[in-house]
Design a binder for this molecule. Sequence first.
Ligand code: AMP
Length: 223
Amino acid sequence: MKILFLGPPGAGKGTQSKLIAEKFGLCHIAPGDMFRQEVKAGTELGKLVEGIMARGELVPDDITLKVIEKRLFAEEARKGFVLDGFPRNIAQARALDALLEKSGEGLDLVINLVVPEDELLERARTRRVCSVCGKPYNLRLDPPKTPGKCDVCGGDLITRKDDREETVKERLRVYNESTRPLVQYYAEKGIVVSIDGREDVGTVFSHILEEITRKGLVPEEAV
Ligand code: AMP
């Protein structure tokens, strides 16, 4: 199963794509998470992308593609993958098509999460992530059981640098300019389904599962 999540920053791509990957044993591929790990580890790549991310801009395509390619064809992706945050522009989408062509199998489904802009700004204001394992929370919609602590690993919850208001506005601008055209790109291939991302995590998740089932993608052992 090869699934791609589209949607503006804060639409719930990270949360939902991780749930789907977990449910079906797929590889979760998110360049944003990989870049954040590099920044945290202080690597050369981390130093290169830190400023770009803090400003809400896109990391250059050649760097992003190198990071992605390794994961797409890794052993963990044997059963398939869920892409979260890649591609982010038409050039990346074409590069992905070319990579998948090599393996003879294209994407099965593109889930487009739709959330209005005022709600996205509010979500960024109330979003926290675990400083240890990266699990995302929302103080309003999906709060942790113990305030300030991760439910999974107990790590401290922090605000991501790129959730600052100015950065969020820039990320939304970049999304509208570069990433939104991908909805049309995949619509022309007949593989996009738009889902209302305003509902709570469980409801959005069940709508996504319905679409995966409707497409006939659910492996027998998962039924
Ligand atoms: P995300 O966690 O997906 O919101 O990504 C956080 C940041 O990582 C973005 O604002 C970009 O700076 C960078 N990034 C993530 N994915 C990509 C991509 N496909 N192309 C370029 N930059 C990316």
